[in-house]
Design a protein around this ligand. Structure first.
Ligand code: GLP
Length: 250
């Protein structure tokens, strides 16, 4: 695992965008796993800039998003469909047929989850998965649990996650209680992973994930077992992890 310290949020976003862009430059038909939330927002802006100014070409790339709320339509501003089109897809030359996000409006969740896994398999698996991390150590919407959930599945969101994500909604009661998320095995099968974290809250959950025991209570801790993870963090996170004794941070 490489931990790369950036100066600040903007620098973290640029470094992460370079990793995604590098992947697409090297393998134009890459399959990229994407995350939502506030952390990768600036990374997406930078990718849009690179596509406009540096010739970054998404035309052969495929994307699979980590998760989606159950019950929000694609035009709901809080759906991850809306987020992704608004913050990336509408501004780059990716083909619509190469964009995959779980369908949170499906009437058959079990089938949707199985089909999502099958689509990832058919596209040859994920080359590079982008991740954020929740305050409770979740990745995608894999919440702390007594076991690691393997494949794409329905999740009941933790109260902590509902509270954390309430900032995007008018009313906390509007935050969906359920989501569809890639599983831990789906994520761990990605050939490369890049995890972004910024700010002190994230530093604490990252510290637990990187240096604590590997446990489903801290879902991101499983990443300790992955062969090719790059963690890109801002200065605040880096100082925190250094205080925890990590002298390997680049
Ligand atoms: C959300 C998403 C995750 C994301 C995390 C952190 O609930 N499902 O994929 O990484 O929580 O979000 P943020 O970057 O807004 O802190």
């Amino acid at each position: 695992m490489r931990i790369v310290a950036a100066k600040d949020y903007n620098d973290m976003s640029r470094k992460a965008a370079n990793i995604v862009a590098g992947q697409i430059f090297l393998k134009p038909n890459s399959v990229i796993g994407l995350a939502t939330g506030s952390t990768p927002l600036m990374m997406y802006k930078e990718l849009i800039r690179m596509s406009a100014e540096d010739g970054l070409d998404f035309s052969e790339a495929t994307t699979f998003n980590l998760d989606e709320y159950i019950g929000l339509s694609t035009d709901n501003i809080n759906s991850y469909h809306y987020y992704m089109y608004n913050n990336l897809f509408n501004h780059v030359n990716i083909k619509k047929e190469n964009i995959f996000i779980p369908n949170g409006m499906t009437s058959d969740i079990e089938k949707e989850c199985m089909d999502y896994e099958e689509k990832i398999r058919q596209r040859g698996g994920i080359d590079l998965q982008v991740l954020g991390i929740g305050n409770n150590g979740h990745i995608g919407f894999n919440e702390p649990d007594v076991k690691f959930e393997a494949t794409t599945h329905q999740v009941k969101l933790d109260q902590e996650t509902i509270l954390a994500n309430a900032r995007f909604f008018d009313n906390i009661d509007d935050v969906p209680k359920y989501a569809i998320s890639m599983g831990i095995k789906t994520i761990m099968h990605a050939r490369k992973i890049v995890l972004l974290a910024s700010g002190l809250n994230k530093a604490e959950s990252l510290g637990r994930a990187l240096y604590g025991g590997i446990t489903p209570e801290v879902p991101a801790s499983i990443l300790q077992l992955h062969q090719d993870v790059t963690v890109v963090i801002d200065g605040e996170c880096a100082s925190f992890l250094k205080r925890m004794g990590d002298d390997t941070i680049e």
